[in-house]
Design a binder for this molecule. Structure first.
Ligand code: NAD
Length: 254
């Protein structure tokens, strides 16, 4: 039996990921601001340190897998909170628990990005750079002057890039690291966004070639594929699990 940690474990997708890992016979340490084995607030440096220390203690310093899933939607205000949780919270947990993963059995980690990272047009707003430079105060200040959905998309683009930038170092440590970029899935996050007067209609109009939204379990299956032995030579990918939207919008990137 392996030991895995999952942030955002009380949410729609995080809970499904926990269930999938448990179904494979492994122990899961859930991390969330509510209803979790480790209750911690990933929006602050102090909360992230508490989360990392508590997971380290719960797993006796040895983790076989980790999923950074905790996140906030683009309608949450202030937008700086979205920036803090979605990017800085995720990266802090990944980097902070890397030593535990390095002691694990065939260790792997997955960050939950989003296909909005590429669906929202690129721009020179400087947010992605602030994220990747680790400039949390600068990113937070800029986020509060920006559109919330843009902040969400940029946080998820930066997270995908952060994953890809770590392949050499994490590979040397024998830890695989990948991202999953889901399309729309009905969860408390999207239920709240659907009520928003501007974001709601935009989300409903989002084109999905398979003509339906995804289920949390469909995201969880992809995450498990990347974490488990099936994914043993997959490292540094951003796997779109979105019913075909990314291919529709960016068909010829390859
Ligand atoms: P959700 O709201 O159901 O779950 C998110 C979880 O994160 C919640 O349990 C919440 O308590 C936790 N969380 C929020 N802030 C936190 C904090 N400061 N510290 C610790 N935990 C915190 O949302 P979901 O749809 O299951 O989203 C899970 C992940 O998937 C998010 O990163 C989201 O951006 C991403 N995602 C979701 C969709 C979608 O359509 N639902 C699409 C693409 C990506």
């Amino acid at each position: 039996m392996g030991v895995f940690a999952v942030t955002g474990s009380s949410g729609g997708i995080g809970r499904a990921i926990c269930e999938r890992i448990s179904k494979a016979g492994h122990r899961v340490i859930g991390v969330d601001v509510r209803d979790a084995e480790v209750v911690a607030d990933l929006s602050t440096p102090a909360g992230r340190s508490e989360a990392i220390a508590a997971v380290e203690a719960a797993c006796d310093g040895v983790l076989d897998g980790l999923v950074a899933c905790a996140g906030l939607g683009g309608t949450v205000r202030p937008a700086s909170l979205v920036a803090r949780v979605n990017y800085f919270g995720a990266v802090a947990v990944l980097d902070g628990l890397k030593p535990c993963l390095a002691r694990g059995e065939s260790p792997a980690a997955v960050a939950i990005s989003s296909n909005s990272a590429t669906a929202v047009p690129p721009g020179d707003d400087g947010l992605v750079e602030r994220f990747l430079d680790g400039d949390e105060d600068g990113a937070a200040a800029l986020a509060d002057e920006s559109d919330g959905e843009l902040v969400y998309a940029r946080s998820k683009l930066a997270l995908a890039r952060a994953v890809r930038r770590r392949v050499a170092e994490w590979g040397r440590n024998g830890i695989r690291l990948n991202a999953v970029a889901p399309g729309p899935v009905l969860t408390p996050l999207t239920e709240a966004a659907l009520q928003h007067p501007v974001s709601g209609p935009l989300i409903k109009a989002f084109p999905v070639p398979l003509d339906r939204w995804g289920e949390p379990s469909e995201i969880a299956e992809a995450v498990w594929f990347l974490l488990g032995p099936q994914g043993s030579w997959i490292h540094g990918v951003v796997l779109f699990v979105d019913g075909g939207t990314d291919a529709l919008l960016r068909g010829d990137v390859y």
